[in-house]
Ligand binder design. Sequence first.
Ligand code: GCU
Length: 595
Amino acid sequence: MKNTCTVAIAILIGLISNTLPCAAQYAMTNVYGRDHILLNGKWNAVIDPYKHGHKILIYNDRPLKGKTDFKEYAWEGGLRLNVPSDWNSQQAELNYYEGTIWYARHFNVNKEFKGNLFLHFGAVNYRCTVYLNGVAVGSHEGGFTPFQIDITDKVSAGNNFLVVEANNTRSADAIPALHYDWWNYGGITRDVMLIRTPKVFIDNYFIQLDKEHSDLIRAEVKLSEKLAGKSITVEIPELRLKEQLLTDANGKAIATFKAKKLIRWSPKNPKLYQVRVSSGEDSVEEQIGFRNIQVEGTQIMLNGEPFFYKGISFHEEIASRKGRAYSQEDALLLLTEAKELGVNVIRLAHYPQNEYIIRQAEKMGILLWEEIPIWQGIDFTNEQTFEKAKNMYAEMVMRDRNRCALSFWGIANETAVSDVRNRFLKRIIEHCKSMDTTRLITAAFDNMKFNAETNTFELIDPLPAYLDFVSINKYMGWYMPWPTQPAKVHWNVAIDKPLVFSEFGCEAQYGQSGDPSIPGSWSEDYQEQLYRDNLAMFSQVPNLAGISPWILFDFRSPRRLHPVNQGCWNKKGLISDGGYRKKAWYVIRDYYNKH
Ligand code: GCU
């Protein structure tokens, strides 16, 4: 009989380890360029609205003990869900579901594997705990950024049982918080993979053009271990570059080197170079582009030339499937439509979208604005919420900072002025700049005040002082009637900085015709006229640096409750939920062709 005390301690450790999972880690750079296998496909699933599963589900199907034993649960024979994919679009009864769903699958590990083994999740919305062979090995909060869990010492040779407890319940201290204007798609919404690395591997690297110079490449590489004096090689064969770096006591190496005859990435020529980073047994490579993005006065400058921001936004959603976009094919569908409109920038609203979209946009020469969902109603008084925001930013920047298409970090969307909000966002800006100074930082404002005497919009807000350029969300002719002729509406906002109209537009039912002067017609004719009116207003803005209609596609939102004109869809799209271009689409396409 085992010593009772030993057994008790083992049970206690088991219980503690099951209840206090460690937070997951930032993902290593360029996971798709690593030695990996995808764990995508059909997983077993259990819908668990009362979160009852903790007691029973994290273990594999235990065998029955004798004829009187029985079980009230089983993984086999029940619900099967696709991974990656939101759960809402897979089962009718899950369309509105907010709660816990358990996922499970097996995977095998060969006994001889050497090095490290990591579980990597592209995203799980909104929070999750990961269990391996009945033990909690990691947890994560944030529905749109990747994370990894080192399972090197936790995995068994042969068969392993992986369980993910996913929960998408909204909460006031979360990011986003309780009320947002998009669908709350829950679950394992992006790729899951097993990544194998050597014992000492290249954990992360940041290789971009120096902010001010057109021929100076800056490389920062960090090993997984704090080992000094280790040699790292950065190669760009097409530029005949092969640089040797040495790590410091933190296992980190930084170098800058001249790149002769470098062709800078741009929408007209989205030039990418094969870059290889190697050290010891590890070597990772990918395509990286090099460009300069700066501000000069009221101009955004790309590669030293004035750049007019011809933008659009879209959510990470495929309307025909009523679900989250997650694949290479989905990325191509969304981006091809954006390219047809003639855009050169896409604002990935309102959260970091999947890596296929980022990398595909880069290949197509489209600049990107990326943001975390600090979207209205955030609890800026809550220090834990601040830590969540910091973590989400870090996960986003660490994933995408080698993507030259990524040109703008959005700090917040439509937040009201307050001391706590100002402090919270200033700290986020500092945090963002501590990780990456090569991009421009902006935020979207909707708190402008209209001065009826001068027909002028003004913005009384301390935040613009900390931004590279200012973005305005204003729905003239929709949430606010025109106070005068559109061309006579003036803007006196951040006039020493570039100004981008990051959201404007209105809803329209595809195929519905009506009086172009009546918003309540929900007609394409009204939407078309509203776009023409907004363009007339923009022509008067002295520091106009760009425009970006809201939004490319009609999208789903539980807030849009008009039974006839919305039906839980926000119909501001230039393209309908059925995939048809509305009249306003052509107004913007012609405007972009002329600018
Ligand atoms: C806001 C917000 C969007 C929202 C839009 C709208 O500006 O940023 O997320 O969908 O307005 O009201 O349609």
